[in-house]
Design a protein around this ligand. Structure first.
Ligand code: IVH
Length: 694
């Protein structure tokens, strides 16, 4: 590969990785399995090694992903919250052992610990004078989201440590931080999904994403109901300034575990010690064999050098400790026969191919359906009905078809062409320019309508109890409902006459519908099912626009100037309003009283004012920064109560322009928005108390 090709590929990989990180950390909806993701990172790291000139500060290879969510306040970490180096086979483990031994020298001895790598969400929890003071998510590794009230509802996180907490901590310590992983046990996950199904809600896709979503819920009582668990795997002392007190570390990882247990906090009982490579390998194999007997999902094992002194000698990179290694298990695979490919039509009209399989045992469950993602992938992988196929589970409970085994193909198996007509309404399908998805564009398609209705009545939307999925299907089939607004026209007598219903159930549903117009304005926007508009974006829109008319009139530029709305989302919103049928839908929803001329707007985001030149101000970052990544800059700005948006408008207070800044800089100059260079930003941050040396 020459330099030019490498450059192109590097740019591609960075974009791809950024997208997958967003899907994983922010949207809790990953599209690829962990090994697939790691392979992208590895390819990028290799290219940057081979072409060092092309490696820039801010490359994802030098940063950890970010799960920052601006509905929560943020705070700096006491010390960086890092990721782990990954490995996939025993050769890599042997190489790690060799690196560690080189550092120790001939004479020294090494002990490792091996423990499960929990597939949950990392938490940092602080106690001072025996009291819980804060709980932070990893965020971008430097700054985390403060989710103390939510974390405090988790059974393992006590508000007060036992009276003799001082005895568990190093001499003289009065505050400590424990880090660990919050997770949903598999048994609790199954319970929640059973309950959701009964209520007609979409099941949660997997425990990790459910955990991430739960911790970012705004209602601590809801967090408590979900029943999360936690284990801690690190403890260190904090100084009076809430920063890591390096001089008061315990002597080993094992001592940390003992201290955590003495504080009455949960640790993982699965921890074992290994004195050499052979023992390491035996423990890894043992854990991999038993992984499905555990009541939580793990995606590998974590190997750590036990002694703290040696950990320090080995040190850290900007991304991960050199003294620890994650050993990732291979995704388990099984071979079965693809009976047929069925078609699923979602609420946006996207038609997805679904594999109907001969039932097969995989990673502890029986699998009979799997996703095939989209038609391009189906064609690329040349998967045909009747084929023998290999299925695997990634992080998701829903398995996927990895590949077919064409060498085992018998008879004449024909590939299945993408459907020309919607399987539900028989209208011609369409592909939008630049999209892989195939769609049914009939706004009256019953499948699309069913999906929209299910979304509309959901908890975070109009929140109408008692008409979960099954009943919506009935209403659509009976022809009672042809649009969202028809929900409000349901007839009490007809409902009461449904099998198993009666007047009580009918009244409950009607009460829910009558209360829907009083739902928060943001929930009503979310209920409309505008493409790309999740709960967070809906809240931003609700704050800015007081009615559906006002929102409908907003242009792409206006929308993109709002915090956290990028050009893609802005475009999606504007084109939804411009679509034929939208105006009619909105009129209809006004007529039944769901939408109002003026809605009650959520309170503006609390603005903390201070004249430090950052707090309360809105920034746009553009070009390449040299001394920090854009994510770090954003982290510092938001930690001080400033905002970072994606496009320049009159409301922008300052544009920070790095090297090779382009159109945003030009726009700032055109609008007369002040432009700062990186040094000026650093001065402001430092003046406001951000420690930039760390
Ligand atoms: S140790 C500096 N131990 O995996 C030490 N991490 O991929 C870093 N994780 O961010 C963490 N189980 O959220 C450690 N037993 C375990 C773990 C574990 C899960 C997570 C953790 C970390 C991520 C890195």
């Amino acid at each position: 590969m020459n330099e030019q090709e490498a450059r192109r590929r590097i740019v591609e990989l960075r974009e791809e990785i950024a997208r997958h990180r967003r899907l994983y950390y922010q949207e809790a909806a990953p599209e690829v399995t962990d090994p697939e993701y790691d392979a992208l990172e590895q390819e990028l790291a290799d290219l940057e090694d081979r072409f060092p000139d092309l490696a820039v500060a801010g490359s994802p290879t030098a940063q950890v992903g970010s799960d920052r969510d601006d509905r929560f306040p943020s705070a700096p970490h006491s010390r960086p919250m890092l990721s782990l180096q990954n490995s996939y086979d025993l050769d890599e483990v042997a190489a790690f052992d060799a690196r560690v031994r080189r550092e120790v020298g001939q004479s020294g001895e090494v002990a490792y610990t091996v423990e499960p790598k929990m597939d949950g969400v990392a938490l940092a929890v602080r106690y001072r004078d025996g009291e819980l003071t804060s709980a932070l998510t990893r965020g971008d590794g430097a700054v985390g989201d403060v989710i103390t009230r939510n974390a405090a509802t988790i059974a393992g996180i006590s508000a007060r440590l036992p009276d003799r907490w001082r005895e568990a901590l190093p001499e003289g310590a009065s505050a400590c931080e424990v880090r660990g992983e919050a997770y949903l046990s598999l048994s609790r996950f199954a319970e929640l999904n059973t309950a959701r199904e009964e209520a007609g809600l979409e099941p949660l896709a997997n425990p990790r994403n459910a955990t991430a979503g739960t911790l970012k819920t705004l209602d601590p009582e809801e967090v408590r109901r979900r029943g999360l668990s936690v284990v801690f795997y690190q403890l260190f002392t904090l100084g009076p300034d809430d920063r890591w007190d390096e001089d008061r570390d315990l002597a080993s990882h094992r001592e940390q575990m003992t201290a955590i247990a003495r504080l009455g906090l949960p640790t993982n009982p699965e921890l074992v010690v290994a004195a050499d490579l052979a023992a390491l390998e035996a423990h890894l194999a043992d854990l991999e064999r038993r992984r499905h007997a555990l009541d939580y999902q793990i995606d590998g094992a974590v190997i750590k050098v036990d002694r703290t002194a040696l950990q320090r000698r080995l040190g850290w990179t900007s991304k991960a400790p050199r003294w620890a290694l994650a050993y990732k298990f291979a995704a388990e695979e099984a071979t079965t026969t693809l009976r047929s490919i069925s078609l699923q039509v979602g609420r946006t009209g996207v038609i997805t191919p679904v594999a109907e399989l001969d039932p097969v045992q995989l990673a502890g469950t029986t699998v009979s359906r799997a996703t095939l993602h989209n038609w391009d992938e189906l064609a690329r992988k040349d998967i045909r009905p009747g084929d023998r196929v290999v299925v695997a589970k990634g992080g998701d409970i829903i398995p996927k078809v990895l590949r077919s085994l064409p060498e085992e193909r018998t008879g004449d198996r024909e590939p299945m062409p993408p459907p020309e007509h919607c399987p539900v309404c028989d209208q011609p399908t369409q592909r939008r320019e630049g999209e892989v998805a195939l769609r049914c564009v009939n706004p009256n398609c019953p499948a699309v309508l069913r999906g929209k209705l299910r979304h509309f009545v959901g908890r975070q939307a109009a929140d109408v109890d008692g008409i979960g999925g099954r009943w919506i299907d009935v209403f659509v089939e009976e022809g009672w409902i042809r649009s969202l607004a028809d929900l409000f026209r349901l007839d009490r007598d007809r409902l009461a006459a449904l099998p198993g219903w009666g007047e009580k159930s009918a009244d409950r549903v009607l009460r829910g519908l009558a209360a829907a117009p009083d739902r928060p304005w943001a929930a009503k926007i979310f209920a409309l099912g505008i493409p790309q508009v999740g709960v967070t974006t809906a809240t931003t829109l609700a704050r800015e626009y007081a009615s559906i008319e006002a929102l409908a009139r907003a242009g792409v530029e206006d929308l993109a100037a709002l915090s956290d709305i990028g050009p893609v989302v802005a475009e999606a919103i504007a084109s939804w309003f411009a679509r034929p049928g939208t105006a009619e839908l909105l009129d209809d929803l006004r007529e039944v009283g769901f939408l109002r001329e003026e809605e009650e707007q959520p309170p503006p985001e609390p603005v903390v004012t201070s004249d430090n030149g950052v707090t309360g101000l809105t920034f746009v970052l553009t070009g390449t920064l040299e001394t920090m990544t854009r994510d770090q800059a954003r982290g510092h700005i938001t930690a001080l109560g400033g905002k970072v948006t994606g496009s320049v408008s009159k409301k922008t207070d300052a544009v920070v322009a790095g090297a090779r800044a382009g159109s945003k800089l030009a726009r700032a100059e055109q609008l007369g928005v002040p432009v700062l260079d990186e040094a000026e930003l650093r001065t402001r941050l430092a003046d406001a108390g951000i420690d930039l040396e760390r």
